[in-house]
Design a protein around this ligand. Sequence first.
Ligand code: AMP
Length: 189
Amino acid sequence: MNELIIFMGPPGAGKGTQAKMLCKERNLVQLSTGDMLRSHTKRGTELGIEAKKIMDRGELVSDDIIVGMVRDELSQKPAGEIRVLFDGFPRTTAQAEALDQLLAELNAPLRTVLLLEVNEEEVVQRLLKRAELEGRSDDNEATIRNRMEVYNKQTAPLIAYYESKNLLVKANGMGAIDEIYARLQEALT
Ligand code: AMP
């Protein structure tokens, strides 16, 4: 059976960690456009080299490239067996509209859009910590501030977009990993 869930939240909200746990329990594949781009960069593809410059500034890779990657990924899945958690996608209204169209073609409607809510100060602190631990080149303070701004300007409007479609469910993203996970499970029932 199809199951498609969008997982939204500001950078550093802890989406990656929670997404892995949710996917394992619900037998979903995590579709992280950020991970896909980083994999291109690691392999040294042309797309990866271009994307790295954009990611290092904390800006968004073009909608066409992102939507193309997601389309390729989804179209490989057998009909009726699309079980995906979108992590870090869509990030713009254009991407959300393209996803609607793609899912209509695939006859695979969205089940829910989960929004992980955290406060901005907490998010910045978490990202600075992750910068130390993982050494991701887009985790320095200037980039972090820019990514927050990009989120507020370009991605936050999707909250109203999905609210108007009655798909949005909010979960408090503050607290311990297990507590947050329990709230997400609750939000999905
Ligand atoms: P993430 O791992 O989701 O935090 O993404 C890291 C970076 O990859 C972002 O700051 C963007 O530069 C780029 N990126 C990831 N997903 C998208 C997307 N859906 N649209 C545009 N850019 C993206």
